[in-house]
Design a protein around this ligand. Structure first.
Ligand code: SF4
Length: 816
């Protein structure tokens, strides 16, 4: 492998920030490089150079076409410091002999030894325990699956993260597999600015969550507000977004939004303010009648009145009535129920209820009406070339990815007869042939980092409790991990492979995630050389394939030799970009040539379209039937209603497509999105023992785990603390900065308190992605909310849950 570009003279290079934050390469970084080192980063300046407030110099059309600088957030501006972090993994490492997993003692080894050791262990474990003995933790890994496909053994999981419930719902309600069909992500900021008359947001702080470059969605909301359009934010926290962007903040008990949706629907039905024409044309009538009867209380004798909802969600009935009236009269309202709403038990019903609310208002496919499912237009532009066909073996996606540790640990109970196979499958979200349970012997963990070397860390990323995961890791014969930096998980690995940074050290074409709109295609030119013996992640897998006896050219068809890797990789990128050129050619649009593009001329997709993207155009505007059985939006699922379907392996819809995110036994999922109290929610009897609800929202200065130990984003800038309402703190004699113990049946965290009036009493916040730093007994002194998550075995479709019941008390012991 040759060393490459941009060493030497001072120069500025444009690249894109590829954090998994929600913006995902929408932001442009102008990196200053000196002697092969990034010494400074500036924001994008390729549009509107020298302009402070861009909206003052832009026409409406420019704004709608997002003819705007793609400015990064604080994290992107200092990300380069991470490349030079003292904890950066520079060489392949193996656990030092006689050290314990978790101790973090490692010895440098060569790449050849690392890959030979991994391949040897894979072969030995397969030989001893069979085909289904090598597994992946949290989040499926397509690259590992590809390796397995040639090798003929291995197991993967199903289910990703943030919006799994919405993807499942997209299939049940609209007949579209959410992962394949990108129009389910409708509603862009440009559409909002052009067409909305009011903005109502549930569970999202636009100043923290990145949608668009940095917080550009928030900026568009601000522009809307300056144009006199009311902005309402509904959130248990008095967030910065609620403070600076909203005309009205409505606090709500966490996990109860579903009840509020029902009460809004009730008001709209009662006052005949729903869109009859739309419903008649696009909604399946029997399911709609069931929904209406349920909302009005005709089927269960409980009308879902604002008073009914007030008792559950603590929003005054008169506030709900006033909001319903606004929604009915200020049209179209941009209604956004963000991902957080489903990140608790029974979240899949919450998102279905919201989709029903949107549909009864006729807001599917309506410009300015916000996304009925999730936000972010996607044009589905192909940017990646194929690596070549996969092998013949298809690794079964056995368990729900977030329950990987349960899938390991509960097997002992199955084998001893304490737990039935049926119950095991229900608890782990089993989604493959039930007969495979008996052949499942997980003994090796492959935490590959996938194509996101920095992305995350499964121990602290809202899987089941961190301690449960550690227990499962300790049961493994062998663990391999790929990452760029030492994390909570890497310390348990037997071999660690150092991954190259894909936005600073590698050439890559990236299509933005486009959450919030602002879709673009950017290029990372490989700004600097990687340090030490860090290698590209695809090279690592290709060489591991070779060690396993697989032709590396079959694994990655562009591979020729190690020496040619850089050229091979560039060829692959270039070919991927041709897919972009072809996509636009079909629309008679000329985009930059590869040469221009790779020199920094990016593609702003919004500029190339005549109007902002609105989802569901094909069905609503062009009259194509939805792919549901009825051809319409279905509020009621006949498939879920039919109990004979439950418990089989994969479920298929009437067209033969596998149902998205639907495990063999779907637990308590109901055919209609009826309200039930959340398991471990504020109405759970457990509240007597654990009276406070913990929420784990995203932190302003982290992307999941990433940046936890970035010294420019910590301590003086950001205090990782337990946020505690003044009322709850006073009741416990806790003052600001006191060390406190937060605990429940899943674990214990010790960290300082931040006493605030920004939270509803009864609620605490520990921001997502804190590092798990356990003592010998598993008490976490780092402050990972994951330590306290888990325990809900009722709904395994909903994404990684970010809420649980806890107790808080003043900590009396020594602080570590
Ligand atoms: S918003 Fe996300 S992608 Fe953009 S600079 Fe910040 S962390 Fe990077």
């Amino acid at each position: 492998m040759t060393k490459k570009i941009n060493n030497g003279a001072d120069k500025a290079v444009y690249t894109t920030c590829r954090c998994n934050c929600g913006s995902n390469s929408q932001c442009i970084l102008k990196a200053h490089v000196r002697d092969g080192v990034v010494v400074a980063v500036e924001p994008d300046d390729r549009y509107n150079t020298g302009v402070g407030r861009e909206d003052e110099v832009l026409s409406e059309r420019d704004l709608i076409k997002t003819h705007l600088q793609r400015r990064p957030c604080t994290k992107g501006l200092v990300f380069h410091k991470y490349m030079y972090h003292p904890d950066r993994i520079l060489y392949p490492l193996k656990r030092t002999p006689n050290s314990r997993r978790g101790e973090g003692k490692y010895t440098r080894i060569s790449w050849d030894e690392a890959l030979t050791t991994i391949a040897g262990n894979m072969q030995a474990i397969r030989q001893k325990y069979g085909r289904y003995s090598i597994i992946t933790p949290y989040m499926p890994n397509g690259t590992v699956e590809r390796l397995f496909s040639f090798w003929g053994a291995g197991v993967d999981s199903w289910g990703w993260c943030s919006y799994d419930a919405s993807r499942m719902m997209a299939h049940i309600v609209a007949g579209e597999r959410g992962w394949d069909y990108h129009e389910y992500m409708s509603g862009s900021a440009a559409d909002m600015l052009a067409n909305s008359k009011m903005i109502v947001i549930w569970g999202y702080d636009p100043t923290v969550g990145s949608s668009g470059p940095a917080h550009q969605l928030g900026w568009f909301i601000k522009l809307c507000r300056e144009r006199g359009r009311p902005v309402i934010i509904i959130d248990p926290r008095y967030s910065v977004g609620a403070e600076i962007l909203a005309d009205q903040w409505i606090p709500i008990k966490p996990g109860t939004d579903h009840a509020m949706f029902l009460a809004l629907a009730y008001q709209l039905f009662k006052n005949e303010q729903w869109n009859k024409q739309f419903v008649e044309k696009y909604v399946e009538p029997d399911g709609f009648a069931k929904w209406k009867n349920y909302v009005l209380g005709k089927s269960d004798s409980t009308p879902k009145t604002p008073e009914f909802a007030e008792k559950i969600c603590a929003v005054p009935a008169e506030t709900i009535r006033a909001l319903a009236e606004l929604i009915a009269t200020v049209k179209p309202a941009w209604l956004l129920a963000h991902w957080s709403l489903s990140r608790k038990s029974r979240g899949e019903s919450t998102v279905r209820a919201f989709a029903a609310l949107q549909a009864m208002m006729g807001y599917w496919g309506t410009p300015g009406a916000g996304p009925p499912l999730i936000i972010g237009p996607r044009r589905n532009i192909p940017v990646n070339a194929s690596w070549g066909p996969p092998g013949d073996y298809e690794a079964p996606k056995m368990y729900r990815s977030h329950y990987w540790a349960q899938a390991v640990l509960l097997l002992d109970q199955v084998r001893s007869g304490e737990l039935s196979e049926a119950e095991y499958m229900r608890r782990t979200g089993w989604r493959t042939d039930p007969s495979l349970v008996k052949d499942f012997h997980p003994k090796m963990l492959f935490w590959g980092g996938g194509n996101k070397p920095h992305a995350s860390d499964h121990v602290v990323t809202a899987c089941e409790s961190a301690n449960t995961q550690v227990k499962a890791m300790l049961k493994m014969d062998f663990i391999v991990t790929m990452h760029s930096i030492m994390t909570a998980s890497t310390r348990y690995a037997d071999v660690i492979l150092p991954a190259q940074d894909w936005m600073w050290e590698e050439k890559n074409v990236f299509q933005s995630g486009a959450y919030g709109g602002f879709e673009c295609i950017n290029y990372c030119p490989g700004v600097v050389d990687p340090p030490g013996e860090v290698r590209p992640w695809v090279w690592v897998y290709t060489k591991l394939a070779e060690k396993l006896g697989i032709d590396p050219k079959k694994f990655f068809k562009y591979y020729t030799t190690d020496e040619n890797w850089d050229q091979d990789w560039e060829r692959y990128q270039k070919e991927g970009y041709h897919g972009v050129v072809d996509y636009y050619k079909k629309r008679n649009i000329v985009v930059p040539s590869w040469e221009e593009f790779s020199q920094g001329k990016f593609i702003n997709c919004d500029e190339l379209d005549e109007k902002p993207f609105t989802g569901w155009d094909a069905q609503i505007k062009d009259g194509k039937p939805f792919k549901t059985k009825s051809g319409k939006i279905e509020f009621y699922s006949d498939y879920i209603a039919d109990q004979t379907n439950r418990g089989t392996g994969q479920h298929r819809d009437h067209t033969g497509r596998v149902y998205e995110n639907l495990p063999a036994d779907w637990g308590e999922l109901t055919p209609l999105a009826v309200y039930e109290n959340a398991v471990r929610g504020m109405d759970d009897p457990m509240v007597k023992k654990y009276p406070l609800m913990m929420l784990a929202p995203h932190a302003r200065y982290r992307v999941h785990y990433l940046f936890w130990d970035h010294h420019w984003l910590k301590d003086h800038i950001y205090r990782h603390r337990v946020w505690l309402s003044a009322t709850d703190a006073n009741a416990r004699g806790i003052k600001d900065d006191d060390p406190v113990k937060v605990h429940n049946d899943q674990g214990t965290v010790v960290m300082p308190a931040y006493v605030t009036t920004r939270l509803m009493p009864g609620l605490i916040v520990i921001h997502h992605g804190g590092k798990f730093l356990p003592d010998e007994s598993g008490v976490d002194f780092g402050g990972s909310p994951s330590t306290l998550l888990g325990g809900d075995v009722k709904s395994c479709i909903t994404p990684a849950k970010a809420a649980n019941l806890v107790q808080v008390e003043k900590y009396q012991g020594n602080q570590k």
